[in-house]
Design a protein around this ligand. Structure first.
Ligand code: ASP
Length: 312
């Protein structure tokens, strides 16, 4: 069934359709079939259907084939190549416009979401003291301090969250994302370091510039990798905001190895706190899924695991 699924997607029947739908097979229980027994996989029918998600596999396969063909055609294939080149340029221009407009979009999106919230108290507090959790993160903090890398600390962070009783589905989703993009320590550090360098260079820092530095530092921290001294590289972006040369990073180079350990510790602790907050906010969903799981467990095990596999 997997083979059928992959092959039907790799070679799409209809190319325009592949841009909006992908093929899948699923097991269907036919209620009118008197021989069909619910839960008995062998009595189910296999049906193919298109679902509403782009068939990336098919499109990539077609692009490779088309690319090879155009290469082989030489001069004759040139018009099509030129078409794709100018199409790509046009898309880049449109993407530029979208990026330019995105802050407005994000602003309205966030405003709409905030207006949907019934109680701010529920949103901002897990109603538990963070210190209680932080106290249990000794090993995480020691590893982060020792390695100066969020990525290297990730297995320890996940293990610690599991020990605290967080749902593994949440920790395994939130912690890797956090280790990649949630770098609170780095964001704070980059903003403070840029302001320090600006003061050292006697650059006037208006309120607007401080806001710009803070925003850029946050964006730069998202781009920083979870490895030692990665923040130093993205720091160049922040210095550029206040028109300082990239070489000024060297001012803090000598102490960065030590400061990096502190900011990495903050980064990983905040990742774990993020997982705790997501767990608190998803409590309702977790309970629902546990109840569903318990119901499934209550039924004969073999039949139901097969039923769960019903969709491929
Ligand atoms: N070392 C930090 C981390 O891994 C990144 C940085 O240099 O700020 O989280």
């Amino acid at each position: 069934m997997y083979f059928d699924f992959i092959m039907s997607n790799v070679f799409p029947e209809n190319l325009p359709q592949a841009t909006i739908a992908s093929y899948r097979t699923r097991l269907v229980y036919d209620q009118n079939d008197t021989k069909a027994i619910k839960g008995h996989l062998e009595t189910y029918k296999i049906e193919g259907e298109y679902m509403g998600s782009c068939n990336v596999l098919g499109l990539v396969c077609f692009s490779v084939v088309l690319g090879i063909t155009l290469g082989k055609m030489g001069e004759k294939g040139r018009p099509l190549q030129t078409f794709f080149h100018s199409m790509s340029e046009a898309m880049m221009i449109i993407t530029g416009w979208v990026i330019w407009l995105s802050p407005f979009g994000v602003f309205f999106l966030v405003t709409a979401k905030i207006m949907e919230i019934d109680s701010f108290a529920d949103l901002v507090a897990t109603r538990k003291l963070p210190c209680r959790y932080i106290a249990k993160m000794g090993q995480v903090m020691a590893t982060a301090f020792g390695t100066a890398s969020s990525s290297a600390t990730m297995p320890i962070t996940i293990g610690c969250c599991d020990d605290m009783g967080l749902d593994p589905r949440i920790t395994r989703f939130v912690i890797p994302i956090g280790a990649t993009i949630n770098m609170d320590g780095t964001a704070l550090y980059e903003a403070v370091a840029a302001i320090f360098i600006a003061q050292l260079r006697k650059v006037e820092m208006s309120f607007g510039k401080i806001v710009a530095v803070s925003v850029t530092a946050t964006a730069a921290s998202i781009g920083a990798a979870g490895i030692p001294q990665a923040g130093l590289v993205t720091m160049v972006m922040v210095l550029d905001t206040v028109n300082l040369p990239a070489e000024d990073v060297s001012i803090i180079l000598a102490v960065d190895w030590l400061l990096d350990r502190f900011r990495t510790t903050i980064n990983v602790v905040c990742d774990a706190l993020g997982a705790i907050i997501v767990t608190a906010l998803s409590q309702g969903d977790i309970e629902k899924s546990r109840a569903m799981h318990n119901d499934l467990e209550a039924a004969p095990a073999h039949e139901l695991t097969e039923m769960e596999k019903g969709e491929h």
